[in-house]
Design a protein around this ligand. Structure first.
Ligand code: 3HC
Length: 311
């Protein structure tokens, strides 16, 4: 006999209602949300590194200001998401330690290097574009705090995508060297961006249950397909080539046929064997240590204020 809360939970999910922090929920629902939201937050924080490298190298003051704003936005996205995860009964400190100890993941995409300024454009257009395709359905996730965090994240993400697209448009309509730099960046970021959506549906361990609980609204492959179909006309306007000779419109299916990313590479990168995994984690660990004094000072100040109140 399911506990009374279970019936209410199933009814709420079936009726497209939101599950709120105080509602009864299956332990496994709570567990998978903590997993996904925490890893989403970790991705935002680690994702600040590849772009942060170019803040001091931006070609103009305007580009520097835009990139600075974007990297700050990513920190804010991490904050919203850690706060959403905390409503499920974990502390941000616990989650940060799980990341630092390598016991929780962050997105594979941030383990690739940003070799030229054009990479900042390719990240905006492709990585933030993929993030939007993945995050818009999450605005309808059954867990209230996560869905609401996503609404603001998506609004900021569309600015991120536009500024990247505009960088690539400027470069591809600039000198031949600039166009070649833009094409090289698209060549390097296209397949890792496809892999961002996760393993193919047949290898996805969580999809079936996550879709039953209306956490995940579309499968990894469905979102990947949506992303490819969105990018093709955009690449045409950019006058840049998508590096896939087998990419073509399939009239019968009403979508583009395309070459799958290398999933063995995705698994290697997820396991820590990507081009930049070590430096990303070293940087995160040393930033965490360097910031310890700020956390201690803030805690001491809060304690002093609390003690003063008691007098
Ligand atoms: N990178 C790292 N790990 C990945 C991954 C990727 N690209 N794709 C899948 N995985 C992991 C999953 O986390 C899971 O491992 P776990 O059990 O240890 O968590 C395993 O591979 C199996 O994958 P599943 O498809 O079964 O897992 P999910 O159902 O969780 O689907 C997901 C994966 C689509 C990434 C889903 O977790 C999700 O939608 N997460 C929220 C969005 C997110 O985290 N995006 C990351 C990028 S953040 C970003 O883009 C910010 C923007 O500003 C650039």
């Amino acid at each position: 006999e399911a506990p009374s809360g279970a019936l209410h939970f199933d009814d709420l999910v079936a009726a497209e209602q939101k599950i709120e922090p105080r509602d009864w929920m299956p332990d496994a629902y709570r567990k998978t949300l903590i997993r996904q939201i925490a890893q989403h937050a970790h991705s935002e924080i680690i994702g600040m590194q590849p772009e942060g490298n170019w803040i001091s190298r931006a070609p103009t003051l305007k580009r520097k200001a835009i990139l600075l704003a974007k990297v700050q936005d990513e920190a804010g996205h991490g904050l919203y998401l850690y706060a959403a995860a905390e409503t499920l009964g974990v502390s941000r400190e616990e989650l940060v330690n799980l990341l630092l100890e390598g016991r929780q993941k962050y997105s594979s995409i941030f383990n690739y290097p940003t070799l030229t300024w054009a990479d900042i454009g390719a990240i905006g257009w492709l990585v933030d574009g993929a993030a939007i395709v993945n995050q818009v359905p999450l605005c309808r996730c059954s867990y209230g705090p996560y869905a609401r965090a996503m609404i603001r994240v998506c609004k900021e993400e569309s600015f991120h995508q536009r500024q990247g697209y505009e960088i690539l448009y400027t470069l591809s309509h600039g000198t031949p060297e600039q166009k070649a730099m833009a094409q090289d960046a698209v060549d390097r970021w296209w397949y890792p961006s496809l892999a961002m959506f996760g393993p193919p549906d047949g290898d996805s361990t969580h999809s079936e249950q996550s879709m039953a609980w209306k956490i995940k609204r579309f499968s990894n492959d469905d979102l990947r397909q949506k992303f490819v179909d969105m990018c093709v006309p955009q690449a045409e306007i950019l006058d840049l080539r998508i590096p896939d000779p087998d990419l073509r419109w399939n009239k019968e299916r009403g979508v583009h046929d395309y070459t799958q990313p290398d999933y063995a590479e995705l698994m290697r990168v997820i396991k820590g064997d990507g081009p930049c995994n070590r430096q990303r984690m070293e940087h995160r660990r040393s930033a965490h240590e360097d910031g310890a004094w700020v956390r201690e000072a803030a805690a001491a100040y809060a304690q002093k204020k609390a003690d003063a109140k008691k007098k």
